[in-house]
Design a protein around this ligand. Structure first.
Ligand SMILES: C[S@@+](CC[C@H](N)C(=O)[O-])C[C@H]1O[C@@H](n2cnc3c(N)ncnc32)[C@H](O)[C@@H]1O
Length: 198
């Protein structure tokens, strides 16, 4: 997968970083989930990685941008994953609300990779918990956002203010939630948070 990363990064695509990627793959292998949900497909890099690691898993992955959806679908097809993946185009908040409302996905997913719009993590958490099985994991990427979340903000560009504030609210929400049995913050690269649903 690492040679694919280089060409995607060279195009400026936002792809999970190297050590975090290894952790994602190790977790997917170890937990061996059957149903995976991903928020933020980009062009399918992390999605394919999870499907490579979790051999029996099916993946539903959500992406806002049409051109990325098209490219992700082509990548999944090219690498032989088409029959194990569904890419849903649209705003993830809307898609997740629809999934929950349909009644087909309540407590359905064993593993959720949250890697979509960072400022929306706080808004999405409760819905994601409702979609995740008891004992299942939600893995959230970028929760420390360049070290500014719960860190020194002296040199923080103004444009990051909202995102950082909302990620701090997200961490507080996780700490306070009685729907979460445990969580672990990994200070690796941009910060990964493992959440176990009660
Ligand atoms: C960090 S990238 C995902 C990277 C991907 N998980 C990987 O490592 O290969 C975040 C993705 O979320 C998408 N995104 C942003 N806002 C979104 C929204 N409201 N709903 C769905 N996807 C969104 C972006 O277009 C972007 O492709």
């Amino acid at each position: 997968m690492e040679n694919i990363r280089q060409s995607l990064e060279a195009r400026g695509l936002p792809i999970i970083r190297e050590k975090s990627h290894q952790i994602l793959m190790d977790l997917a292998k170890e937990l061996n989930p059957k149903n995976i949900l991903e928020i933020g497909t980009a062009v399918g890099f992390s999605g394919m990685s999870m499907l490579l690691s979790a051999k029996d898993a099916k993946l539903i992955t959500l992406e806002l941008h049409h051109d990325r959806v098209i490219e992700a679908k082509a990548n999944f097809k090219k690498h032989g994953f088409s029959d194990r993946v569904e890419v849903i185009e649209g705003d993830c908040a809307m898609t997740l609300a629809n999934m929950l409302e349909s009644g087909n996905f309540n407590k359905y997913f064993d593993f959720v990779f949250l890697d979509g719009p960072k400022a929306q993590y706080v808004k999405l958490l409760d819905t994601l918990i409702d979609l995740t099985k008891s004992g299942g994991m939600i893995l959230a990427d970028n929760v420390l956002f360049r070290g500014f979340v719960r860190g020194d903000k002296t040199n923080m560009p103004k444009r990051f203010k909202t995102i950082v504030k909302r990620l701090e609210m997200f961490l507080e929400q996780v700490e306070m939630s009685d729907k979460i049995s445990s969580y672990k913050l990994l200070d690796v690269e941009d910060g990964l948070l493992e959440i176990i649903v009660r």
